[in-house]
Design a binder for this molecule. Sequence first.
Ligand SMILES: [Ca+2]
Length: 322
Amino acid sequence: MRIPGATSRSGLACGILGGMRRFFGPVGPLMMSLALVGAVSACSTDENPGDATASGTDTALASSSAPSGSDTGGGQGSSLWPSNVVVGSDDPQPARGTVEVVRELEHDPQLFTQGLEVSDGQIYESTGQYGSSQVQRRPLDGGPPTVSVPMAADEFGEGLALTPDTLWTLTWKNNVAHNRDPQTLEVREEVHYDGEGWGLCFDGAQLVMSNGSDQLTFRDPVTFEPTGTVDVTAGGTAVPWLNELECVDGEVLANVFMTDEILRIDPTTGHVTAIYDGAHLQQPRPDSNDAVLNGIAALPESENLLVTGKLWPTMYEVRLGG
Ligand SMILES: [Ca+2]
């Protein structure tokens, strides 16, 4: 764990990577993808590719914009984007596990899923895209949303997490989290944070947030102030693009942008302890490069999860095996 503001490792490869992110901007995801294949790998061996995002600088890539208009197509076999988490050779090595489908549920294929959570028989889902981002609640056993609140047109919705008093929702690049009434979903307060917002979960004591890098930030569930960070590694290699999160029994589950893999992370060490392959879910995928796996929710009083993706017509109740 690292305290906020502490100096982290940095190096040439990561510096170049961070520079590319800022240089190419939102118009150059393909160019950046070509460079990333090498740069991420090089950076991951010893450096921290997430420092650029974690330190609050703007990045070109986000959980939602990168594939748009490009042919990166990660998670669907593209050769331009790492389709699997890169695991180093150091110990501990992550276990390999399966995603076993228990049942299928309907999912509105219009939803650009960014955050998913289940509580008291209700599904909470937040979605992205400028002009159509929203937060909604609907019954787990089916049916339309009972509450749906749009976000401002200049806000791009990201992850969400439910605490006893608050539904927290993130924005991608607005540097703002919304403190919402869990019943009405209306915004009660806005709080500022540095860097991008990607995924969020609540472990019962603190919030855990991702920003697209390999770093998770812990936050106070009432004030949203950062309380610490941890760098996530698999076999000693940094794991960038951590996206939607779910806190489960003292561990953090994360799906990784542009892959079909779900990671089990020990939040005290940052070690990835298991990797679960969800490539068989929602096949064939919707005809959009955006339609990647994104959305993990623990089902209360069960060891099963609810998993979906952006623009997917299906949610899956799954059991992680192996
Ligand atoms: Ca979640």
